[in-house]
Design a protein around this ligand. Structure first.
Ligand SMILES: NC(=O)c1ccc[n+]([C@@H]2O[C@H](COP(=O)([O-])OP(=O)(O)OC[C@H]3O[C@@H](n4cnc5c(N)ncnc54)[C@H](OP(=O)(O)O)[C@@H]3O)[C@@H](O)[C@H]2O)c1
Length: 327
C-alpha cells in the first residue's frame, strides 16, 4: 500500500517564513497562487512580458513581477511553466539570480526526472503534483475540499524537504483529500504513459476509428458522434465514481455481454506489446528527446496533427451538433 498523507501531516510553519514565487500564471500557477495566499502564505507572482496572464493576476489582486525579480527575491520558487519552456526560462531568468538554499517546487516531474535543467546542489527540490487541472484545484479549495496530489523529494539539502513538501501540499488544499508519496521518476513515467496510452492518445484514436467506421458504412455522423464520443462521459463518470466493477454493474446485460465478447478482441496481446513499446520509449527518455526537439523547432508535429484534426468529419459533426442541439 502506498504511503498516504492527510491534513494533520502538514505544518504550514515549515514554509510560512518564506516568500513563494509563482513563475507562470497559467492553469496550475494561478490556482497555486490563490490557494497559497488564502492559506495565509506570502505569494509573489511573475509572468512574462506582454502576457495576457498579467491582467488576470492583477484582477486577482496580485502585483505582477518579472521572473528575474521573483527569482531574486523569493526563497521558494514554484516553476509553473510548460515543461518545454522551463529550460530557457531557467537559464536566462532564474539561474543568474538564485540565492543559496532555495526551494524549488514542480507540479510535474518531467524537468527534474529528465534533467532538462541543472538545479543547485544546496536546493531542496520538491514535487507537488495535483491530480487534475488548476481550475479544479482552485474550486475544490474554495469549497473547503481538495484535489489529491502526488508528492516527492528529489534533493533534500536542508533535511527538511519532506516537511516542506507536505506544507506546500497542505497550503494548496491537497492534503484535505490526501496525497501519495512517489518519486519524480514514477510520477513522470506514469503520467506520460497514461496520457499517451489511454487519456489523450489511445482513447481519442479509438473514438476516431470507431466513428469513421460507422460513417463510412453510411450511418449518420451525428449519431456516430453521440454514441462514440459524447457517451464516453457517462462511462467515465461511472469509472471515476465506482471503478470497473461498479461501471459494469450499472450497464445493461447486452452491453456487459458485448464488452466481454469484443473488448478482449480489440485490446489483445498485440495491443499489449504496443503498450510496452510506448512505456519503454518513455522510460528510455526517447519520448522526452522527441518532445523537446519538436518544441525547439516550433512544434511542427503537434501543430500539423492538431490542424489535421480541426476539419475532420468528426470535428464537423461535433460542431453541427452543438449548434443544433442543446449539448
Ligand atoms: N494543466 C494541468 O492540468 C496540469 C496538471 C498537473 C500538473 N501540471 C504541470 O504544471 C506545470 C505548468 O503547466 P500548466 O498547464 O499550468 O501550463 P500553462 O497553463 O500552459 O501555463 C503556463 C504559464 O507559463 C507561461 N509561459 C509559457 N511560456 C513561457 C516562457 N517562455 N516564459 C515565461 N512564461 C511562460 C504562460 O504565459 P502566457 O500566459 O503568456 O502564455 C502561462 O502563464 C507543468 O509542469 C505541467 O506539467 C499541469
Amino acid at each position: 500500500m502506498a504511503n498516504t498523507f492527510f491534513e494533520g501531516d502538514g505544518d504550514l510553519s515549515q514554509i510560512s517564513q518564506y516568500s513563494i514565487g509563482i513563475i507562470g500564471y497559467g492553469n496550475q500557477g494561478r490556482a497555486h497562487a490563490l490557494n497559497l495566499r488564502d492559506s495565509g502564505l506570502t505569494v509573489c507572482v511573475s509572468t512574462r512580458e506582454g502576457s495576457p496572464a498579467s491582467a488576470r493576476a492583477v484582477a486577482d489582486g496580485f502585483a505582477v513581477h518579472t521572473v528575474e525579480e521573483v527569482a531574486n527575491n523569493c526563497e521558494v520558487l514554484a516553476l509553473m511553466l510548460p515543461d518545454e519552456a522551463i529550460p530557457g526560462v531557467y537559464r536566462d531568468s532564474i539561474e543568474p539570480y538564485l540565492e543559496a538554499r532555495d526551494i524549488f517546487v514542480f507540479a510535474h516531474g518531467f524537468t527534474v526526472h529528465h534533467r532538462t535543467i541543472r538545479l543547485p546542489d544546496d536546493a531542496d527540490v520538491l514535487l507537488v503534483a495535483p491530480t487534475g487541472p488548476g481550475r479544479q484545484l482552485r474550486s475544490l479549495y474554495e469549497q473547503g475540499k481538495g484535489l489529491p496530489a502526488l508528492l516527492a523529494v528529489d534533493q533534500d539539502a536542508s533535511g527538511l524537504a519532506w516537511k516542506r513538501c507536505l506544507a506546500y501540499a497542505k497550503a494548496i488544499g491537497c492534503l484535505r483529500a490526501g496525497a501519495i508519496e512517489t518519486t519524480f521518476r514514477e510520477e513522470t513515467v506514469t503520467d506520460l504513459y497514461c496520457e499517451q496510452a489511454v487519456l489523450c492518445g489511445g482513447m481519442p484514436e479509438l473514438i476516431k476509428a470507431a466513428f469513421a467506421v460507422l460513417v463510412e458504412k453510411g450511418y449518420q455522423p451525428e449519431l456516430a458522434y453521440i454514441s462514440c464520443l459524447k457517451e464516453v462521459k457517462l462511462i467515465a463518470d461511472l469509472l471515476f465514481e465506482r471503478g470497473l466493477d461498479g461501471m459494469r454493474a450499472a450497464i445493461s446485460n447486452t452491453a456487459k455481454f458485448g464488452s466481454a465478447l469484443t473488448g478482449p478482441e480489440l485490446v489483445n496481446a498485440g495491443t499489449r506489446r504496443e503498450l510496452e513499446e510506448v512505456l519503454s520509449r518513455i522510460e528510455s527518455g526517447r519520448f522526452a528527446s522527441l518532445f523537446l526537439q519538436d518544441a525547439a523547432a516550433g512544434s511542427p508535429v503537434t501543430r500539423d496533427f492538431l490542424a489535421s484534426e480541426k476539419h475532420s468529419r468528426l470535428a464537423r459533426a461535433g460542431r453541427a451538433l452543438r449548434e443544433s442541439l442543446d449539448f
